[in-house]
Design a protein around this ligand. Structure first.
Ligand SMILES: Cc1ncc(C[n+]2csc(CCOP(=O)(O)OP(=O)(O)O)c2C)c(N)n1
Ligand SMILES: [Mg+2]
Length: 1048
């Protein structure tokens, strides 16, 4: 009967909704699929039904789903449906398209399909629930654990009996179609017996793959997946593909075996137990390449890294073996090699040929031990690649991340990185995540390691599909890996492959796993490898013969042996140094020239104008309008340039010179302290305008990028670091909201930024702006924790860098253009800054900020720059510079012997001569306290006190400090800071100042006086009054007539 099916369809729809909303009040759905609360409409039907009929058709009363029986057709619904069918028969266009489809497909079919004539509404609903249950929970019954130890309760919803079906129903035919659905529920599916429906459901959802996607609130995406999961028949690989898969699995397995036999007691964090990840990755990359991916940036931890390097990235095996034996490349002796790192942290990049005959560029980033910390870098680097290759569709460059099960569930940076995935200025069009889920983390079982059912549950928050797969079924692994690539290239969003496997040995090869996982390891000991399982399967099916299998084994083993032999004589041709864009950049032992950073006055004026114009008919907020007018005035008069404008001038002049500038962090567009206003908002239309997007004609939209970020430090700083590593011709900046929040990203500072060049020979010019300065806002908003960055600096506290004679010779012999090299100090300076791990500055003038930013780009090497940036100086009337300090005109302020450039130390502003014997005290300080000291000095008319600003704390400006010490031969030397004694610059400055004093014969430890706050646990007081008192005291003390007591 037509009724049955009509009503069944309606109830199907309701059943789905009820299922989805967990039995709560049903919702009505508009044709546009906008969901409205039930209270807003009358009934829980497909509302389009009412569109043309609201006036004529009787409105049925709601019938609770649980109460629905065939008899309900006797009620008002049947009248309604009769009406509907009659209307359709008279004019098919008079009813909604879905009903039209329905009637066309099924009315009349009943009479020719006796098999389904007995299908009741109840059964239709139950079948629909059954299919839904498999879609939602089929993965709970999937055979995911190769060891079979997993204890999971199969949900009742996957049991036929739950729906009232019995054995007797198995051979009855049923129809399942629902409009706008794919897979089992698509309208064009033939009728099937319950048995075959169930068989396919089991095959599709409960085999070696468990699909989780029903959390994705997008029908199109779910249907896309259903099309691929719920195919009419099972999809199979042909013989040719199987041979390739087998060959790749053999490589993966035999590689680990080979390492195990050659280096029996070495730690290598092998992937035994999860070898199928290698064929999986290879097939994933092949498929991605077929779909347009040209370059993949990869990140992974220790486990299986060597295998991935050798078999996937194709780093030459002889090189891997050579490194494994501890061989140092001959041509690197005497060159800068840094500290190096253990072999399972190293990265590399290669071009890999694909199965489809293309080439794909693969780069594996080096990473520290800290699990998952590399994630944001991968995404950042991928995004940078997309910028530099004009990959606007984000289809040619892709990030792939390999995780461990314990770390994916446990590390917060996983979530922080996932959360960048759809943000306009951070998205990369989706990353593929592979979780190497060996069901253990070191010695910790999942039940102690996570609260979620799966280790991948965090990805559900981002609506990523998750494909759990049994690692023993290599074909299933390959299948989901391909599917992941297809998903990413289709929907441009993240996707997760959860490769459920096991760890054949201990956490590393010398660990004893039975101490802690005795039961598991009893099973593992007798468990065949994935290769053995696959080999058996192919032999049994007759697709490969024993001879063919032996041949593959022999081939792989003999190549491994040959490469091992070759590794003994292996000498790298060139250093694994800087990649393509970085050629010509200098390593620390190659002296780079120092360039001036002043800009021609005409350029300054022109860009200054360009970035102070707002479009006509644009209505900025009136305070912002005033700021832009003031900036325009600054360009006009060349006076009183403030911090925000100096920064904008640095950015715009770099853009004019063709560089890419990117600044990101929390609220950076306006600026936390409302000083930047880089993006202006129209007060009537809410349109945005960014003047720095219009510095040059037809400026690329992203050439200047400024972006508010998600509220993450670890994730966003990591992202920007990865971004900065792609191309040196970019000024990439991360700004913390307040400096103290940077400690949420401590791993990035400790393990990447401060030590990356030393460990992995990779440079970065990333700039980090950390608002810092004591202005009474309490412990959490005063300090950028300067001391921590200084503590990680590797410039020597007791050795003043000397000019190495061989270096001088090297410079003379080479043909690099060297300008302004006049004194040994210049050589020293270059060597010092190139050798030091990073630069730390606390700059006090807008002009010096301009130059220190430009200096990052105007040199032939890259170094990270940490800036303690000001807060109250942003609006200060005294913290201003003249435009002449930015230009390169000889004789202008700012221009000295060497040209216009960043000043590492700003000498006293009182025109002192080379020797000033009458000065009783030399106060060295850094940052905004200078202005307070200067004010106090004026107030007390203390002309016999000299104030010197150490603008660059690291590397320490030994040369300039010595110069100032000599200038004031009789002065008491004071270090003044506003931070507590155990913080700020003191502990870093002290030994370096002593070294400088000794060098000029001015005493030692006891002669360096301290003025500042007492040691403290908290960075600052929470009481404004206390702050003001402390601040006044320290400033007065620094200027007081009486000598300062030692030490405090
Ligand atoms: C942030 C961090 N914490 C702790 C460790 C020490 N550690 C190294 S491996 C490991 C276990 C990781 O487990 P999992 O993510 O499941 O990877 P598996 O070793 O099992 O492949 C731990 C705790 C680390 N490297 N990084
Ligand atoms: Mg694990």
């Amino acid at each position: 009967m037509a009724w049955l099916r009509v009503a069944s369809s309606i109830t199907k729809h309701d059943a789905i909704r009820k299922n989805l909303y967990g039995g709560r009040a049903l919702y009505c759905v508009k044709r546009t699929t906008t969901v409205l609360p039930s209270t807003c409409r009358i009934r829980n039907f497909h509302t389009t039904v009412f569109k043309s009929k609201e006036q004529t058709a009787p409105v049925p009363r709601p019938v609770p789903l649980s109460k629905l029986t065939d008899n309900f057709l006797d009620g008002t619904s049947s009248v309604y449906l009769e009406e509907l069918q009659r209307a359709w028969e008279a004019d098919p266009n008079s009813v909604d398209e879905s009903w039209d489809n329905f009637f066309r497909n099924f009315v009349g079919q009943a009479s020719t399909s006796p098999g389904i004539s007995g299908q009741t509404i109840q059964e239709s609903m139950q079948l629909l629930l059954l299919v839904r249950a498999y879609q939602v929970s089929g993965h709970m019954k999937a055979k995911l654990d190769p060891l079979g130890l997993e204890e999971r309760k199969v949900p009742d919803e996957l049991d036929l009996a739950f729906y009232g079906f019995t054995e007797a129903d198995l051979d009855r035919e049923f129809f399942l179609g629902v409009w706008k659905m794919s897979g089992f529920l698509s309208e064009n599916r033939p009728v099937q017996t319950l048995r075959s429906i169930l068989t396919r459901l089991e095959q599709a959802y409960c085999g070696s793959i468990g699909y989780e996607y029903m959390h994705i609130p997008d029908r199109e995406k779910c249907n896309w997946l259903r099309d691929r999961i719920e195919t009419l028949t099972r999809t199979e690989y042909n013989r040719e593909r199987r041979e390739v898969i087998f060959d790749r699995l053999a490589w993966s397995t035999l590689f680990e075996n080979f390492l195990a036999t050659k280096w029996t007691s070495a730690k290598r964090f092998g992937l035994e137990g999860g070898e199928s990840i290698i064929p999986g990755m290879k097939e994933m990359f092949d498929r991605a390449s077929d779909l347009g991916v040209e370059s993949i940036v990869m990140g992974m931890a220790h486990r299986g890294r060597l295998n991935v390097l050798g078999n996937v990235v194709r780093k030459p095996l002889r090189q891997i073996f050579c490194e494994f034996s501890g061989g140092e490349p001959a041509d690197e002796v005497g060159l800068y090699t840094g500290t190096g790192d253990v072999k399972y942290h190293l990265g590399t990049s290669y071009d890999r040929p694909t199965r489809g005959g293309r080439r794909i560029h693969l780069s594996l980033l080096a990473n520290p031990s800290h699990l998952e910390a590399v994630n944001p870098l991968i995404v950042g680097k991928t995004r940078a690649k997309q910028y530099y290759s004009n990959d606007a569709g984000r289809v040619r460059n892709m990030g792939v991340l390999i995780h461990g099960d314990g770390s994916f569930a446990g590390q917060g940076v996983v979530y922080e990185t996932l959360h960048l995935s759809a943000l306009p200025n951070y998205t990369t069009g989706g990353s593929i995540h592979i979780v190497f889920n060996n069901q253990v983390a070191f010695t910790t079982d999942p039940k102690s390691g996570r609260s979620s059912q799966y280790c991948t549950d965090v990805a559900k928050a981002l609506n990523a599909p998750i494909f759990h797969v049994n690692g023993d079924d290599v074909e299933a692994v390959v299948h989901v890996c391909e599917l992941a690539a297809e998903w990413r290239q289709t929907f441009h969003s993240d996707v997760v492959v959860d490769l459920v496997c096991y760890r054949r040995f201990g956490h590393n090869e010398i660990d004893e796993p039975s101490f802690t996982q005795p039961k598991m390891y009893k099973v593992i000991r007798n468990h065949p490898s994935a290769l053995e399982i696959y080999q058996k399967k192919l032999l049994e099916s007759g697709e490969l013969t024993q001879e063919e299998i032996d041949k593959i084994h022999k081939k792989v083993t003999s190549i491994l042996n040959d490469e091992f032999l070759a590794s003994k004589d292996y000498v790298p041709k060139r250093r694994d140094w800087l990649s393509a864009y970085w050629s010509g950049f200098k390593s620390p032992e190659q002296i780079s020239r120092i360039r001036n950073t002043g800009v021609k006055p005409e350029i300054l004026k022109n860009v200054g104008k360009a970035i102070t114009i707002l479009p006509e008919n644009f209505t900025p907020h009136k305070a912002v309008k005033r700021i832009y007018e003031q900036r325009s005035q600054m360009v006009e008069t060349g006076e009183d340039i403030d911090w925000g404008f100096a920064e904008a001038l640095a950015f715009s002049t770099l853009i004019v010179e063709g560089n890419h500038v990117r600044l990101s962090g929390q609220d950076v567009e306006r600026g936390t302290f409302s000083h930047r206003h880089a993006v202006v908002h129209d007060q009537t239309t809410a349109e945005r305008y960014c003047p720095l997007d219009h510095v040059i004609m037809n400026q690329n939209e992203e050439m200047f990028t400024i972006s508010n970020s998600s509220l993450s430090e670890f994730g966003v700083l990591g992202f920007e670091l990865g971004y900065s590593m792609e191309n040196p011709n970019s000024l990439v900046i991360w700004e913390a909201q307040f400096g103290d929040f940077a400690n949420g990203a401590q791993v990035i500072f400790d393990n990447f930024l401060s030590s990356g060049e030393s460990k992995w020979l990779r440079q970065t010019g990333l700039v980090v702006l950390l608002p810092h300065g004591y202005d009474g806002q309490g412990p959490e908003h005063s300090s950028g924790r300067l001391e921590r960055f200084l503590q990680m600096a590797d410039d020597h506290p007791y050795t003043i860098p000397e000019m190495d004679p061989t270096l001088r010779k090297q410079i003379q012999e080479c043909n690099w253009q060297i300008v302004n090299v006049t004194t040994p100090a210049n050589f020293t300076l270059r060597k010092q800054i190139q050798e030091c791990n990073w630069q730390i500055v606390n700059v006090t003038t807008p002009a010096n900020f301009f130059h220190v930013l430009r200096r990052q780009i105007h040199r032939d090497f890259r170094k990270p720059l940490i800036v303690m940036s000001p807060k109250n100086l942003l609006r200060s009337k005294v913290c201003r510079s003249n435009l002449s300090e930015f230009d390169d005109v000889q004789g202008h302020p700012g221009f000295d012997k060497q040209g216009t450039r960043f000043k590492r130390l700003i000498k006293d502003q009182n025109n002192h001569s080379d020797v000033e014997g009458g000065i009783r005290r030399l106060v060295l300080c850094s940052g905004k306290v200078y202005y307070e000291l200067d004010e106090q000095r004026t107030k007390e008319d203390a002309k016999d006190v000299a104030l010197c600003r150490v603008e660059q704390l690291c590397p320490f400006p030994y040369d300039l400090v010595q110069r100032e010490l000599k200038r004031y031969p009789n002065a008491e030397v004071v270090w003044c800071q506003e931070e507590p004694m155990n913080m700020g610059g003191y502990t870093y400055i002290l030994p370096r100042l002593i070294t400088s004093m000794k060098a000029v014969g001015r005493g030692g430890y006891e002669d360096v006086k301290y003025v500042g706050r007492a040691p403290s646990a908290a960075t600052a007081t929470g009481f404004l009054k206390v702050h003001l008192k402390e601040q006044a005291e320290l400033v007065q003390k620094a200027i007081q007539r009486e000598p300062i007591n030692f030490p405090y």
